[in-house]
Design a protein around this ligand. Structure first.
Ligand code: GDP
Ligand code: MG
Length: 725
């Protein structure tokens, strides 16, 4: 009877661990949780030959740093339980990235066997890995397998069992520069005897990296010696030791890759790869993204949308007339007629006018999502965000936030680092959500009917503000720190499936209509009430300036004077009612506009859009922020920050825009309102070059970002290299 053996499976997420585990254990598995935490723990017996071999499926991880729960669990398990052998399962189509973990596993001193998985895919792509060279470079056995096709598994198990008890100390090759290695050796000598001999290298490197979760009972003097070693290196290389180690590891891997890996045949590039070469290209990626958004907006809002507005308007106009006639005939009171005709039908109509174009917009967004393009956008943004010290993971909540900030804010839960998470919650509302679209659509229809750039410019400004905020906030104490590395997978492109696309579109459209029927309905009624009655509850009718709403507006309008829309009380009121739900901004203009005219120039209209884009989100999103922050202090801080940014930027738009366009058509006042949009005809719209303002702001912002970033010494982030396509 041989001694019982424990084999641990370790590897990156999606490398095929679970597939391999199931293949090896058959149905003999035990699923539980790691003590104290709810990360799945799977344990099973090797099926077939030897019943005394236990297989442990460890959580998927990219490194053994202490940033995520999974990483901590895995390294605690390896160091405390010391399994007999580690099978390091590797997605061989992402070899470089996977090897980063391999190096760290080797340092634990536990025998490692590399299992190169997905070799079937590798062959299909015409790529080759030289296993002998790889084995030589890393000093451990390498076996090619395919977990999904059950090939190479017997050889893998034989190799793993043969590696049990192997002397592993010499296999950890030194790949660090001489002086770094000397420091690590010094630390090794110091802690020798206090940790398992085999894991000495692991502990020494972690102490060198100032890993706070490592505890080996150092005396104050010893800690001081280590601090000196670390500081000396950091000074010499002008970088922190963790980044230094990461850099040296990647240098080693890059060297190893040169001999061990044969690049794919040029002719064998898949279609997806070819598209990605262009679409995720360093320079072309962003222009392509905005080009696509331009076309999407041009078609859905500017062209087709413009055409559908007329029909929906006619339809609601007809309902309004019929209702007015019916109510008048039945002898209803004047206020009741006003409530139904202007308040409810007018308010809802003002929003429903945009349903056809939003449906088209949603259709396009669903197409982009289903084809796989949105994943590329996340990838591109991840790359950019990381350059500015933001976690790449922040982009996923923001991507979800393009639909609605509430689930976006909730999606920030996947971010383990508390500081990154807080920042993401704060910045996600900067991204235009679905409810802000009707506001943009209304302003574009009235003031910018031939400038399809205005729509996408809102996304650009949102993203720029996220990046700028990231740079600024990262310098404050509350947000300092390195972003956790994050690697994402790019799915293959595929033809969008009609069913999925229509379903997505319908889901988005439906929630929009439901909101219109509920919260917005109530808001319209409330707005009607406040604009129709004086503070002493006397019905004011068309004498709207006597209403409570006017009083409220007049009391706060001075705040908005610097932004260009504080001259009259209507726009300030609309800016505030957006707190209920952003669509209510549109309804507010429509109901107020039915009795009075509201003046905007293109410049102030743009300032208003910018303010709506960035200011405190709606109550639902504020509630979500409160839930995720867990306290009011941070929630208030976030609201103040968002509104502050909105205020400053809208003011800049107004000041700069008015200066540039003084005496030009852009500052000509155009009336908004009177009915739904019925008074707006092509002839009324004066097209000043607001596009110029947009570009001006973007350019200034971009220059600031680049300057700040240059000053900000560029750091190497662990997984960045591995994600490059
Ligand atoms: P885990 O996250 O490491 O547990 O990975 P999974 O076992 O869930 O596998 C991720 C994906 O890779 C699944 O869709 C598997 O079907 C697929 N997969 C696993 N092994 C192979 C393989 O050898 N070849 C191919 N083509 N696909 C594989
Ligand atoms: Mg799994």
């Amino acid at each position: 009877m041989e001694k019982a053996v424990t084999i641990a499976l370790a590897g990156n997420p999606n490398s095929g661990k679970t597939t391999l585990f199931n293949e090896l254990t058959g149905s003999y598995q035990h699923v539980g949780n790691w003590p104290g935490v709810t990360v799945e723990k799977k344990e099973g017996k090797l099926k077939g030959r030897r019943k005394d071999v236990v297989i442990m499926d460890l959580p998927g991880i990219y490194s053994l740093s202490p940033y995520t729960l999974e990483e901590v669990i895995t390294r605690n398990y390896l160091l405390d339980e010391h399994p007999d052998v580690i099978i390091n399962i590797i997605d061989s189509t992402n070899l470089e990235r996977n090897l980063y973990l391999t190096l760290q596993l080797l340092e634990t001193g536990i025998p490692v066997v590399m299992a190169l998985n997905m070799t079937d895919l590798l062959k299909k792509r015409g790529e080759k890995i030289n296993t002998e060279k790889l084995s030589e470079n890393f000093g451990c056995p390498v076996v090619e397998i395919s977990a999904a096709h059950s090939t190479g598994l017997d050889e893998l198990i034989d190799t793993a069992l043969a590696a049990v008890g192997a002397d592993t100390r010499p296999q950890v090759k030194s790949y660090f520069s001489a002086d770094i290695m000397r420091s690590i050796k010094d630390i090794e000598d110091m802690v020798s005897g206090r940790v398992a001999d085999a894991s000495l290298r692991f502990y020494a490197i972690k102490l060198f990296e100032r890993d706070e979760k490592i505890n080996v009972n150092l005396s104050a003097a010893e800690q001081g010696t280590i601090d000196n070693l670390v500081s000396a290196c950091e000074e010499k290389y002008d970088d922190d030791t963790e980044s230094l180690i990461t850099g040296e590891r990647y240098d080693f891997i890059t060297d190893a890759m040169k001999t061990a890996y044969t690049k794919r045949n040029k002719a064998k590039l898949t279609m997806s790869d070819k598209i990605d070469r262009v679409v995720t290209n360093k320079w072309a990626a962003l222009p392509i993204f905005f080009g696509i958004m331009y076309v999407v907006y041009y078609v859905s809002i500017t062209t087709v949308g413009d055409w559908t507005i007329g029909y929906v308007e006619q339809f609601f106009g007809w309902i309004q007339e019929s209702a007015a006639a019916g109510l008048a005939a039945s002898g209803a009171a004047e206020w009741a007629q006003s409530l139904v005709v202007d308040g409810i039908i007018g308010g809802l109509g003002s929003i429903f006018v945009f349903v056809p174009q939003l449906m088209i917009l949603f259709l396009f967004l669903s197409l982009l999502e289903d084809s796989g393009y949105m994943a590329r956008v996340a990838f591109i943004m991840d790359r950019i965000f990381r350059k500015f010290g933001l976690s790449g993971k922040s982009f996923i909540p923001m991507l979800i936030g393009t639909g609605c900030s509430v689930p976006g804010i909730m999606a920030s839960r996947t971010i383990e680092n508390e500081k990154d998470r807080r920042m993401t919650i704060m910045l996600t509302p900067f991204i235009p959500c679905g409810a802000k679209l009707p506001v943009f659509a209304m302003f574009i229809a009235i003031f910018f009917s031939h400038q399809a750039w205005v729509g996408p410019s809102m996304y650009l400004i949102g993203i720029l503000m996220v990046i700028l905020s990231g740079i600024i906030l990262k310098r404050t104490k509350s947000f300092k720190g390195e972003p956790a590395p994050f690697v994402m997978e790019l799915p293959e492109y595929r033809a969008p499936r009609a069913k999925h696309v229509l379903m997505h579109m319908w889901e988005k459209g439906r929630s929009f209509i439901i909101r219109a029927g509920t919260i917005i309905f109530v808001a319209c009624t409330a707005i009607w009430f406040f604009q129709s009655f004086s503070p002493s509850m006397i019905y004011v009718g068309d004498d709207i300036d006597q209403s409570m709403l006017a009083m409220f507006g007049n009391a706060i309008k001075w705040i908005f004077v610097p932004l260009g829309f504080g001259e009259t009380w209507a726009a300030p009121v609309a800016a505030v009612t957006g707190l209920v739900a952003k669509e209510v901004v549109v309804a507010t203009f429509a109901t107020i506009g039915s009795v009075t005219t509201i003046m905007f120039s293109q410049v102030t209209a743009y300032a208003f859009m910018v303010f709506t884009l960035l200011a405190a989100p709606c109550f639902a999103a504020i509630g979500a922020m409160k839930r995720e922050f867990g306290n009011w202090k941070w929630t208030l801080y976030a609201i103040l920050y968002q509104t502050g940014v909105a205020y400053v930027l809208a003011m800049l738009v107004n000041l700069i825009g008015s200066a540039i366009f003084a005496n030009s058509p852009a500052t000509t006042q155009t009336a908004l309102g009177a009915g739904i949009l019925e008074d707006v005809s092509e002839g009324d719209v004066v097209n000043g070059d607001v596009v110029l303002i947009v570009f001006g702001i973007i350019l200034v912002a971009a220059v600031i970002i680049i300057l700040v970033n240059k000053a900000n010494q560029r750091k190497k982030y662990g997984s960045l290299k591995g994600t490059e396509v």
